[in-house]
Design a binder for this molecule. Structure first.
Ligand code: KIV
Ligand code: NA
Length: 270
């Protein structure tokens, strides 16, 4: 049962596996597969709630999904992703929102999309007993600043900024760092420099671990980013099962005798 301390100790030893999950049955499957960390990502906005970005996701949304995931998880470390503007605006509110995930929903840590505004906040949360997973590189809550989801850290100045923020968040007490959509050589340098584990998504093979959105990994998403790999075709499975159901009802093949029952006592009534 990995704790945040076990995870920190895994840096450079065993590759860390992390996947998102948003509901109990998926969390159970991910946990049973031995995945080290389950992230209840604000990607739930795209995967499950029908939003076009993560921006509309609320603290209540994340709390509901963290509850479902933590109830179904025995071993993996459950991390709650803090949604847009739920942190970083006001310290008290940030801490209350993050604390709620541990206090009420059984998460063991939170993840923050980081910038200069989250260094002191990370330190404060860690002091209070809220472990923080930092997230740098492409931070999708900044979609309106980026004008899309472009690769980050592609020139020296931008790479230096990410590197510096990585050091600052480690010093502030973050227990791990997600690196999203940055050059693999930059991710390799950061991984070599930091003591805490880096967990990459679109950041190459040198990171201490890897994370994917579970819908992308199992092939449920209609679209997935180029850095994701589909290890299954759940979408096709579902399409085929649903088509078969519709045909069976329309043809009268379902329900069959085995799905139905008659009550003998009712015979004389009709
Ligand atoms: O919300 C999410 O799923 C994430 C991961 C992709 C790191 O932040
Ligand atoms: Na996220």
């Amino acid at each position: 049962m990995p704790t945040v301390r076990d995870l920190t100790a895994m840096a450079g030893e065993n590759p860390i596996t992390m996947l998102t999950a948003y509901d109990a049955p998926t969390a159970e499957l991910v946990d049973e597969a031995g995945v080290d960390v389950i992230l209840v990502g604000d990607s739930v906005g795209n995967t499950s709630l029908g939003h076009e970005s993560t921006l509309p996701v609320t603290v209540d949304d994340i709390a509901r999904h963290v509850g479902a995931v933590s109830r179904a998880t025995d071993d993996a470390l459950v991390v709650a992703d803090m949604p847009f503007l739920s942190f970083g605006v006001d310290d008290a509110e940030s801490i209350e929102n993050a604390g709620r995930m541990l206090k009420e929903e059984n998460a063991e840590a939170v993840k923050l999309e980081c910038g200069p505004h989250t260094v002191d906040l990370t330190e404060r949360m860690v002091q209070l007993g809220i472990p923080v997973m930092a997230h740098l590189g492409l931070t999708p809550q900044h979609v309106n600043r980026y004008g899309g989801y472009p690769r980050q850290g592609t020139d020296r100045e931008a790479a230096d900024r990410i590197f510096e923020l990585a050091r600052e968040h480690e010093a502030a007490g973050a227990f791990s760092l997600v690196l999203e959509h940055i050059p693999s050589n930059l991710a390799a340098e950061i991984t070599a420099e930091l003591d805490i584990p880096t967990i990459g998504i679109g950041a190459g093979p040198a990171c201490d671990g890897q994370v994917l959105v579970v819908d992308d990994a199992v092939g449920l998403s209609e679209w997935s980013p180029s850095f994701a790999e589909q290890f299954g075709s759940v979408r096709e499975e579902m399409e085929s099962a649903i088509d078969d159901y519709v045909s069976a009802v329309e043809s009268g093949a379902f329900p069959a005798d085995e799905h139905s029952h008659e009550a003998e006592d009712l015979d004389e009534l009709y």
